[in-house]
Design a protein around this ligand. Sequence first.
Ligand SMILES: [Zn+2]
Length: 255
Amino acid sequence: MRTLARVTVAAVLSFLPTFALASENKLQCTAPEALEKLLEGNKRYVEGKFGMCKDSNAELREKLAKGQTPYAIVLSCSDSRLPPEVIFDKAPGEIFVIRVAGNTVDPVILASIEYAAEHLGTPLIFVLGHERCGAVTAAVDASGKKGTKGHSDHEASEEQGEKKEGKDNMSQLVTRLAPAVAKAKGKNKGVERGVLVEAAVDENIKLVAQNLTKQSAVLKKLAEEGKVQIAIGKYDLDDGKVSLLGKQKCSWVYE
Ligand SMILES: [Zn+2]
């Protein structure tokens, strides 16, 4: 249904210069195709064959000035070592990027994702975490301290983003990551800090992805209609590779 609708709309709108951009740049695609484009770009990046900059020319700017049709929304950590456009080898207009420490969400970030999914028709949301994440490490360290509300294991819940009045900003970030830390600790008793951090990074990526449709009625509706799909991955700081996380079980929240 979705593919048919897209083709029909594209056929009608192809007469309008504003929307001709989509067919010219071949940016309209399905979520699995969008995921493949991301992974293909990452492969080029890892192999040192990426060409993002050469594609970012005046002609492209002129086209993009008329409108945007990004095929993937990437929610990633703000860490300077994994700029999505670079590690996925993408030019301007290809991916809609939201970056925040710990690749977590709040209402403003959810609104950004909703905008791209609903108004730009972007079919894929890709939640990207990474190794040795500083934000997650801070949450792991905070979880060991007594008297920090929201950081202990028994207080953790599946839901992130609870309203915390009177907290300083860093505490709010740590609190949002606390459920993932609690899950990781529950599954990894007595492991060293580095192992726990990696487990918490993985759990955080999964929880954020799962919560997208729980915390956003717009995304839930789009997912149920098959108009948006969610995939998750983790960036390897050492070799630059993005690996899908839990491909069989977790990549597609609505599988
Ligand atoms: Zn990070």
